[in-house]
Design a binder for this molecule. Structure first.
Ligand code: U2P
Length: 246
């Protein structure tokens, strides 16, 4: 029988191997633990397009009169209740062919508002959609398990809650001169969506609105965070890029 002193290093080695297998977040194979809720992040083109300095075919801000004038999709993000989120959960290289039937809708409602390529998890740089699928979509298991489901689910949730319409009907219309109380914007969404959104600003301009959901897509409050917005905010109207050509 091995002596006690010989057993101690063996035990330590076994414990270390077990720790590596289980991972610090408690999962079996070192994977990131299952998320707690979804955030549907919507971007406001009026604010983002103001920052466009040069144009390119991939930037929807450069579509002139066809540029988006409603909130568009940034992404559907699986999040943790502690304010962090998992990312790049497994290797799944984005394949545009898998979502070929959705491309018209994605170009319209989920366009990139920037010219630069987006970083992907494992394959360098790619489309905005590749970034969102690889970074966030792969962490949406077990609710969403493949690329097509990620995009169709996100589109369906987006269509169900029309934030632009909610705000317009409450009198919060795009304007380059008005300032609106942040509390009024939040209340208008709460009254319709029945849960508290998160509002992200760039200086005083609303840049993103996030709606949060339980895993069955019932609305829930987003985390109460320090908002990046002042008390009065703007909802800038889209201004054509004018003489900035592609
Ligand atoms: O907010 C800045 C960027 O951080 C990422 N983010 C933020 C909140 C959240 O719940 N989840 C999350 O991923 C976003 O990164 P992106 O998807 O754009 O790479 C967000 O833009």
């Amino acid at each position: 029988m091995a002596s006690l002193s010989a057993q101690i290093p063996l035990c330590l080695a076994l414990m270390m191997a077990a720790c590596l297998m289980i991972g610090i977040n408690g999962s079996i194979d070192g994977a990131q633990r299952e998320f707690d809720y979804f955030a549907l992040s919507l971007q406001w083109p009026g604010t983002i397009c103001h920052k466009t300095r040069h144009c390119c075919s991939s930037n929807a801000c450069c579509r002139g009169s066809n540029s988006p004038t409603e909130f568009t999709i940034h992404g559907l993000w699986p999040d943790y209740n502690d304010g962090t989120w998992p990312s790049c959960c497994y290797r799944s290289q984005f394949d545009v062919k898998e979502i070929s039937t959705l491309l018209d809708a994605l170009e319209k409602y989920w366009p990139s508002l920037y010219c630069g390529k987006s970083s992907t998890c494992f394959s360098g740089k790619g489309l905005f959609w590749a970034h969102e699928w690889e970074k966030h979509g792969t962490c949406s298991s077990p609710v969403i398990r493949d690329e097509y489901s990620y995009f169709i689910t996100t589109l369906n949730v987006y269509f169900k809650y029309n934030v632009t319409k909610i705000l317009n009907e409450a009198g919060y219309v795009p304007s380059n001169s008005e300032r609106y109380p942040l509390g009024g914007i939040v209340s208008a969404i709460e009254n319709s969506f029945r849960a508290t959104p998160e509002v992200i600003c760039s200086k005083e301009a609303v840049e993103e609105i996030r709606l949060c959901f339980f895993k069955d897509f019932k609305p829930r409050n987003c985390l109460a965070s320090k908002t990046s917005c002042p008390k009065y905010v703007s909802l800038p109207a889209y201004v054509s890029m004018g003489n900035i050509g592609i």
